[in-house]
Structure formats: structure tokens, C-alpha cells
Design a binder for this molecule. Structure first.
Ligand code: ZN
Ligand code: MN
Length: 145
């Protein structure tokens, strides 16, 4: 899978019309360097050592602001906590039904224009979730995530 280059978080905040705060920089920098679709709690727990004044509510509100500004996508995950994706381009995920892990997966191109024509349907976006059990949960591979 193509490695995404690190983003300039301050420029991204400014270009998105968001006020630049240390908390927002910290959350966005964390999401840029950890692209495994963290939950809000995971982001909070990872940052609270370095930023003792950070609260879980601030992380949650920061993520809401990022979603509204269109720089982060919320991935709803059934009974599991939502995960947050800094990659807002159209792409697809493997979803573990046991632990909730979400992993990017590349799929063959879907003929959206043809489908739209046939169904008289204006396609705006699509997202495929392939559900199953990850290797850590199935024990098929000694992969730790
Ligand atoms: Zn799993
Ligand atoms: Mn993703």
C-alpha cells in the first residue's frame, strides 16, 4: 500500500478554517503518524502523557471539528467505538467483527458511471467494508495489532 507523506498539520488546520490550538495540532499530528484508524479513546490515552491538560472531551470535540471541516472521516463500527480516518479519499476497509480493527484494503475499480446510468442513480460516494476476523483474533498468524 502506498505510504502517505506526512502532512503539514498547521497549514491543514489553517486551510480548513480551523483555529490552530496546541490540542488540535497534537491530535492531527497523532492521526497523521498513526494511520490505523484510532478510536477517540486511543487518541486520548496516547496523548495524555505528553499533554496532561488534555481531556477526553477535548479530543472528542476536536475530532467533531475535524469531521465538520472535512479533514477527518468517522468510520462507524457497529457495536465497537467509531474509528477516525485522516485519509478522506474514497477507499475501503477490512473490518474485524471481534476486535473492531479496520484496515485499508485496495479493491478493483467499480464502474460507478455505468452503475449510475443503469439505475438512474447519481452516485456521490461509496465505501466497501469486508467483514471478518483479523489474524490476531483468529490466531492464524502471530501478528499483534
Ligand atoms: Zn480482530
Ligand atoms: Mn482508511
Amino acid at each position: 500500500m502506498e505510504e502517505l507523506s506526512e502532512i503539514d498539520v498547521i497549514s491543514l488546520l489553517k486551510d480548513s478554517g480551523l483555529r490552530v490550538t496546541p490540542q488540535r495540532i497534537a491530535v492531527l499530528t497523532f492521526m497523521d503518524s498513526h494511520r490505523e484508524h484510532s478510536t477517540a479513546d486511543e487518541i486520548y490515552l496516547s496523548l495524555k502523557q505528553e499533554f496532561p491538560s488534555l481531556s477526553a472531551a477535548t479530543v472528542y470535540n476536536t475530532l467533531r471539528a475535524f469531521i465538520e471541516a472535512g479533514i477527518v472521516k468517522e468510520l462507524r463500527n457497529g457495536d465497537h467505538a467509531s474509528r477516525f480516518d485522516i485519509n478522506t479519499s474514497s477507499h475501503h476497509h477490512l473490518v474485524c467483527v471481534q476486535c473492531g480493527l479496520m484496515t485499508d484494503v485496495e479493491l478493483p475499480e467499480v464502474p460507478l458511471e455505468k452503475i449510475g446510468r443503469e439505475h438512474h442513480f447519481e452516485v456521490s460516494d461509496y465505501h466497501v467494508e469486508i467483514k471478518g476476523v483479523c489474524s490476531a483474533c483468529s490466531g492464524n498468524e502471530s501478528v499483534v495489532h
